[in-house]
Design a binder for this molecule. Structure first.
Ligand SMILES: [Cu+2]
Length: 265
């Protein structure tokens, strides 16, 4: 991956001076099978030190997650031993700043033998804490006081406020659906819930059996969970963090199952 500082539109007309992996927020999703060796190189093309911390790795952080100076790189490898939906993020101090500025993503580890067939989607929840627009380009940066008060302006799935409320995700009803949810934070727990559905199975990290029949499951900051569900019929099914201040700030999306009533065929 390559770190780069780029402009990122969090909401219409709200452009943020983001710090990124591979110029996108969240960074690219990585998917491996338990037992795979991940051979990773980070090149820093940003103007300040950055680093990489994989929650899926068991490794000496002072070696692998060390700060990489501008135009330098770090390379390390690890075996992804444990299945789950794992966060990765920049671990350079202050970490809250590097996460709040956009440096995070998901690394999915499937169990050996794979997962049951389903239509799969990855949702990374995170927050933005913004200054007023500055300069000719009206760019917004991070407001550190808001970060420390855990008081975001926007809570987002996959980098954009209410992204999938604006453009619902088309899915099939009566078919297995799987949502990999990673909560990058840096501060707000995700009370993940799908309106009109009950999760058939929720897999937390690790080797244990899934939990069955849940309405809402907390995805901790710095954690992930895997939600298997089936939507009962055609319709619009919102997904939210049920911490509703955060849903109001953009932590909401919609699954459009089949052809809901009132939509054109
Ligand atoms: Cu960083």
């Amino acid at each position: 991956m390559i770190t780069a500082h780029v402009r990122h539109e969090v909401a219409p007309g709200i452009v943020y001076d983001a710090w990124t992996f591979d110029s996108i927020v969240p960074g690219p999703t990585i998917r491996v099978t338990a037992g795979d060796t991940v051979d990773f190189t980070l090149v820093n093309r940003g103007p300040i030190p950055h680093s990489m911390d994989f929650h899926a790795a068991e490794i000496a952080p002072d070696r692998a997650y060390r700060n990489v100076m501008p135009n330098d790189s770090v390379q390390f490898r690890f075996v992804a031993r444990v299945p789950g939906a794992f966060m990765y993020h920049c671990g350079t101090a202050p970490v809250a700043s590097h996460i709040a500025n956009g440096m995070y993503g998901a690394l999915l580890v499937d169990p050996k033998g794979g997962r049951p067939a389903a239509d799969e989607y990855v949702l990374v929840q995170s927050e933005f804490y913004m200054t007023a627009p500055q300069g000719r380009d009206s760019l917004r940066g991070m407001d550190w006081g808001k970060v420390l008060n855990a008081s975001p302006d926007y809570v987002v799935f996959n980098g954009v406020s209410a992204r999938y409320a604006t453009s619902p995700i088309p899915v099939a009803p009566k078919r297995p659906l799987r949502l990999f949810v990673v909560n990058a934070g840096p501060n707000r727990v995700s009370a993940f819930h799908v309106v009109g559905a009950i999760f058939d199975r929720v897999y937390v990290d690790g080797f244990g059996a899934p939990l069955r029949g849940l309405q809402t499951w907390n995805v901790p900051v710095g954690g992930g969970a895997i939600f298997d569900l089936t939507l009962a019929e055609d319709g619009y099914y919102p997904f939210v963090t049920h911490a509703f201040a955060d849903a109001t700030k953009g932590g909401v999306g919609v699954l459009r199952a089949g052809t809901p009533a009132g939509t054109a065929h």
